[in-house]
Ligand binder design. Structure first.
Ligand SMILES: Cc1cc2nc3c(=O)[nH]c(=O)nc-3n(C[C@H](O)[C@H](O)[C@H](O)COP(=O)(O)OP(=O)(O)OC[C@H]3O[C@@H](n4cnc5c(N)ncnc54)[C@H](O)[C@@H]3O)c2cc1C
Length: 219
């Protein structure tokens, strides 16, 4: 087995021998899984990471995204990698089967992500931020929000971001000034400034779903 990114024997030692991850398959949520499905996911991740992420790691660094005529432009390889990641189901792997996921244990999902981090951390940031934004939506979104935004974030049509940092507040998020003003229809009007938002603009997906941290007025 090719060992370009992560030593497969080391990874399997950690998962199966040290953590005893196969025991999870005794739980109802993971009953459909087995060592074979875990290994298949790891092998798919390794292959896509090597073939679609690693080869343009240097090219991506040398050709950073540019903002031209009101549009962000990324190198084409970033888009190909995004679609390969999404089509293999890695955006949705840990979600419920009824939502289009595979109910993959988080430990295996994270082990798969390790290959993409090792291959190309810049390109991997787009799907990983989307996974995180999808987790937030899944945990805290209303039924209506989940129905509207989660499916396209899980199948790769939309990406997600985390908009936390402000010009005067990075680590000290308690100092953030962005306000969320409740409206009569249950929505919030957001007022403020955010900077350094990874994937905040790109030409990879049809839409970008921003998770914006803000202080609710009156709270
Ligand atoms: C590549 C990149 C991508 C980013 N992507 C995103 C993104 O997607 N979304 C987003 O919201 N933000 C993003 N950021 C912003 C990032 O989250 C902030 O840069 C980070 O939170 C640090 O804030 P700061 O730069 O204002 O530094 P500061 O908070 O001003 O910190 C400056 C220094 O002081 C130290 N420090 C801060 N507080 C303390 C403390 N209480 N005690 C001791 N030391 C302290 C820090 O360790 C650091 O060395 C990104 C940044 C980078 C570089």
């Amino acid at each position: 087995m090719n060992e370009m990114l992560i030593n497969s024997r080391d990874l399997r030692f950690q998962l199966y021998e040290l953590l005893g991850i196969e025991a999870l398959t005794q739980r109802e949520r993971f009953a459909e899984h087995s060592r074979e499905t875990f290994d298949a996911a790891l092998e798919t991740a390794r292959q896509i990471a090597e073939e679609q992420f690693a080869p343009h790691n240097r090219k991506g660094d040398e050709n950073e995204p540019v903002f031209r005529d009101g549009r962000a432009e990324t190198i084409p390889e970033t888009k190909t990698a995004w679609h390969a990641f999404a089509e293999a189901g890695f955006l949705a792997a840990h979600h419920d089967a009824e939502d289009g996921g595979m109910q993959m244990p988080t430990t295996i999902q994270q082990a798969c992500h390790g290959y993409f981090f090792a291959a190309n951390v810049s390109t991997a940031a787009y799907p990983f931020l989307t996974v995180a934004a999808g987790n937030l939506l899944g945990a805290h979104g209303s039924a209506e929000q989940k129905e509207r935004w989660l499916p396209p974030m899980l199948d790769g049509r939309f990406s997600g971001t985390m908009a936390l940092t402000e010009p005067h507040a990075g680590s000290s998020l308690g100092d953030l000034r962005t306000r969320a003003i409740p409206q009569d229809d249950g929505s919030y009007r957001i007022v403020g400034n955010k900077i350094y938002i990874s994937g905040g603009e790109q030409d990879i997906t049809d839409n970008i779903v921003h998770m914006v941290i803000a202080r609710i007025e009156g709270a």
